[in-house]
Design a protein around this ligand. Structure first.
Ligand code: NAI
Ligand code: NAD
Ligand code: ISE
Length: 335
């Protein structure tokens, strides 16, 4: 039997996921959608033949919804996840799971109280072939221990709705999750430096930023977040170890020689850079949610990311090194 999914938020990524469920993946269909912007919900409903509910609460309560997909903006995620858990429905939520550690803790506590995991967080980089290959190499024992990680997360441009804390909660959140998974270590401190600012930003956004994280074992991580870089969607990650350096492959494009030039294209958008990862991620969620289990990034992973993000946002304001204290992983999540 197909998993009947209700989607809350039919903007950019909500619509992408609806299209992949309708046209590419198997074992599920979208039966109900909602969006605070009704024309968007109507457009998305037409893609998949779903009906429209007036709000997220209505979606969660619907008898023709087995599982919920939350793809509205970050600050609204916690309400829909907590509602899904209370209703006993499996839930996939786009990153960030929540925009504060305190809200993330409520979700972890709600799952523990129910005695069951319901939530998978949209940290799709864990499904990306490049990061998976890096993890395999780093786990082989041949590279020696990781010492430093250099990353860049560059977007072409952002609008005025995107502000300084969102560089952490909306953008660097991907690195926050994927790096601790990659090297199997926990963060202990956070710091943010502001280089010379680009003139191509606006008053509410410091851009670029350098975020520095350290881990329990002493790995130093530096992440450049530059969301108005103009030239492309560019994701870099290099792990420098005792005996090797392991680097994330670039999105692959042919090299072209023409008009006395030799060039390779760059991606311009997250939609295409990680398209394969989203497909694998959502299929994996459908397969597991149909059995009532969570195998992907859990509420505990969402919590770790949220607490780390809190420290980075605090560091943006204080200019100081801020500590990160997540507490031990509960047995329930068997980390
Ligand atoms: P968007 O702004 O295009 O879409 C959000 C939609 O949610 C809008 O249509 C808005 O009207 C609707 N919405 C907002 N609050 C709502 C509410 N309370 N109830 C119902 N609908 C509501 O945003 P986008 O880019 O689609 O991002 C959505 C989420 O997906 C965010 O959490 C974002 O961080 C995440 N995302 C993840 C990506 C990834 O690579 N995994 C890539 C892009 C976004
Ligand atoms: P978006 O603004 O295009 O879409 C958000 C939609 O949510 C809008 O249509 C908005 O009207 C709707 N919305 C907002 N509040 C709502 C509410 N309370 N109830 C119902 N609908 C509501 O944003 P987006 O780019 O699609 O991002 C959505 C989420 O996906 C964010 O959490 C974002 O971080 C995440 N995202 C993840 C990736 C990724 O690479 N994993 C990429 C893009 C976006
Ligand atoms: C967006 O929400 C994403 O998740 C993209 O992957 C990221 O590059 C972008 O900065 C975010 O706004």
């Amino acid at each position: 039997m197909e998993l009947r999914i209700g989607v809350i938020g039919t903007g950019a990524i909500g619509t992408e996921h609806i299209e992949r469920i309708a046209n590419k993946l198997s074992g599920a269909k979208v039966t109900v959608v909602t969006d605070v912007d009704k024309p968007r919900a109507e457009k998305a409903a037409a893609v998949c033949g779903a009906r429209i509910e007036k709000d997220g609460t209505g979606v969660i309560a619907s008898s023709d919804v087995d599982a919920v997909m939350v793809t509205n903006w970050g600050p609204a995620h916690a309400k829909s996840i907590l509602g899904s858990i209370a209703a006993g429905k499996m839930v996939f939520c786009e990153k960030p799971m929540t925009t504060t550690g305190a809200d993330a803790k409520k979700i972890v506590d709600a799952e523990i109280a129910k005695g069951k995991k319901f939530t998978q967080v949209g940290f799709m980089r864990r499904y990306d072939k490049g990061y998976l290959q890096m993890k395999e190499i780093l786990s082989s024992g041949k590279t020696g221990k990781p010492l430093m990680i250099h990353c860049a997360h560059r977007n072409v441009a952002k609008g005025t709705e995107y502000n300084t804390p969102m560089s952490v909660n909306d953008t660097a959140i991907h690195e926050i999750d994927v790096l601790h998974w990659l090297v199997g270590d926990q963060y202990v401190s956070a710091q943010v430096l502001f280089p010379k600012q680009t003139s191509l930003t606006h008053k509410d956004l410091r851009d670029p930023q350098i975020m520095i994280l350290t881990t329990e074992s002493g790995i130093l991580i530096e992440i450049e977040v530059f969301v108005n870089c103009q030239f492309g969607y560019d994701i870099k990650c290099e792990v420098v170890c005792e005996r090797a350096s392991v680097e994330l492959p670039l999105a692959s494009f042919p090299s072209v020689k023409q008009d006395a030039k030799y060039y390779t294209a760059l991606e311009t958008d997250w939609k295409y850079r990680f398209i394969d990862s989203y497909d694998v991620e959502i299929q994996d969620w459908i397969n597991n949610a149909s059995k009532g289990i969570v195998k992907g990034p859990s509420a505990w992973d969402g919590y770790l990311a949220a607490v780390t993000a809190d420290a980075l946002v605090k560091a943006q304001g204080s200019g100081k090194i801020e500590s990160i204290a997540t507490g031990p992983c509960p047995d329930f999540y068997s980390c």
